[in-house]
Design a protein around this ligand. Sequence first.
Ligand code: ADP
Ligand code: MG
Length: 593
Amino acid sequence: MPIHLLPESVVAKIAAGEVVERPASVVKELVENAIDAGAGSVGVEVEGGGRRLIRVSDDGCGIPAAEVELAFARHATSKLQSAEDLQHITSLGFRGEALASIAAVSQVTLTTRARDETAGAVIRVHGGRVVGRNPVGAPAGTIIAVENLFYNTPARLNFLKKETTERRHIDEMVTRYAMAYPSIRFVLTQDNREVFRANGGGRLDDVLVAALGVGDFKQMLPVDAPPRADRPDLPPVRVTGFVSAPALNRANRAHIWLFVNGRPIQDISLTHAVAQAYHTLLPKGRYPVAVLLIEMPPEMVDVNVHPAKAEVRFRNADAVFSALQRAVRSAVLDQAPVVSVTPGAFAGPQPWAEAGGPGPRRALPFTETQMPIGLPLAEPGRRTDPTADLPAPAESGARRRTLPMLRVIGQVGASYIVAEGPVGLYLIDQHAAHERILFEQFMAERAAKGAVAQQALEGVTVELSRGSAALVAENLDALASIGFGLEPFGGTTYLIRAVPDLLASQDPAEALRLIVADLEAGAKPGQATVEERMAARACKTAAIKAGQVLSLGEMQALIRHLEFCANPRTCPHGRPTMIHITAEQLAKEFGRE
Ligand code: ADP
Ligand code: MG
């Protein structure tokens, strides 16, 4: 075959293949056009998973009647003048390819009226050919209906997934733009049923409530990281949005939504930055939910990478990576601060991982019937009726049940308690749960009595470093308020006269050292008072450790107390105390639905 130029109709189909991969790509391009047109309200109607019909209506600027045909020509755009403009693109579209591509593989009807024109126009384009054009009375704005997508490209048609899959992709696409543009009202209907609505009130949190549901949204933490003032040498990158607290996580990265200057993007490396910010906070194979809006000068991003405009290149990719990671990490730590665990508690090989059976059994610090750690087994009000011990709301100071009644099934790896609730399975971290219980008991006692129970000591001396001694001197009152009786003993040595009851069975010098080490590390932003931090550390020290085998009775006592904690789901340091697997999740995992 001699070399020849392909006919325009073939070129159009080849080009369309890159822009229009599936119905959701059509939705994407049309919604982008509506946003670029300055719409305050965008309606998306879909039928048959987008194959039969996709109709997008907006109240934007409209297209002047004289330009409606041109809008369908390839490389026709009102958004770009010169090659220089490519350096700093602020609109979503700029290639002038979308309408041409969509019209090449479907039957399009576009109705539009420019705001400053009296008459509108309607134009019909089938498979790239204009088949009709009329003046029409129409409200200002644009309605574009795309019917019978891929009717003339059977190959693409065959590649389409199930209707439900295509619907899901469309849902996701509209949701993404609603997140990026909270001031625009979005309504999505699929087969005449409204499936998503964002009210256009301008608040991302409202959009997220609509997108994620209130339950999940409640577990999202705000992110707001301005460009770093201390590093004028780095590009000014601002990161805002929301990320999930570690307790809310997913099995894949698909719920990490990233945007650069209002454009949803796909970027493996940045997605990785977000996931990595949760290092040690999420179990392996679990990923956060995140909506992150990255803003930076447009000339620092190249959006002209691919016709679908979902990939971008950064002039300084490392700076963006680290800005994103810092923003996420500090949001997560601010609001769920984590300190490193006591060496040996979690680090090192877990007892059950050791070859040759369970490791050496340590003596338990308490017995089944008597728990010096404040967990009496005979908890008053423990009955079989799960609601029986719900105190009357008026009862002042009465503890309120915050978890459903859980039935203990057993222990895994001498670290986690397996329990069953009315709606599924709970895995409870015994150490974190006990920390939480002790902390709430401790703080409640301190609040009620104005002091905490103390254990008098003969007088144990502890020699500290200069820095530590200074910190102790500075915080003597706070230390006293959590139960430490300390006297200066010359130099950097202190005499410990009393310790909080909670720490009665611990080495007093070691316990004090741990608390001081935390003080040295400094408060993380958003962390509670110094007394609370000390109390949290004391409870961590006193709590049962991972690796301790518990009897059924001990586990039951622990769970019973946890059920009445004000914040049973995290330890005082913000780590989750439990993983809840709902009955639906179980059914799903086993392929029952
Ligand atoms: P691009 O968005 O890259 O410019 P498109 O093919 O998507 O290319 O659109 C071509 C042109 O048609 C746009 O530049 C714009 O002027 C006009 N246009 C398309 N959709 C709309 C709309 N909903 N409202 C107003 N103008 C539109
Ligand atoms: Mg466009």
